[in-house]
Design a protein around this ligand. Structure first.
Ligand code: ZN
Ligand code: ZN
Length: 81
């Protein structure tokens, strides 16, 4: 059985090796995680920028997406032709 550090793409033969790697590796120093996207960022600023820029965070509420669908479906035919 092997355990994988998906963030570093490294495998370890024992769970303890992975735990030690996570403690010791600079890649696992302090990270700022976006739990929604399952991504980690080195700095708070990088995380904030991701949250601003990522399409995954563009639509925050279900009601917004419903509104967009209503708008695109509600265009009168005379405006299309
Ligand atoms: Zn790692
Ligand atoms: Zn995210």
């Amino acid at each position: 059985m092997t355990v994988i550090c998906e963030q570093c793409d490294r495998t370890f033969s024992v769970e303890h090796g992975l735990e030690q790697h996570r403690r010791d590796s600079p890649a696992h120093a302090v990270t700022h995680d976006c739990e929604k996207c399952n991504r980690a960022f080195d700095t708070e600023q990088a995380l904030e920028q991701h949250r601003r820029d990522s399409p995954a965070h563009a639509i925050m509420h279900d009601c917004e997406s419903e509104q967009r669908e209503a708008v695109s479906a509600g265009v009168p035919d005379e405006l299309i032709s």
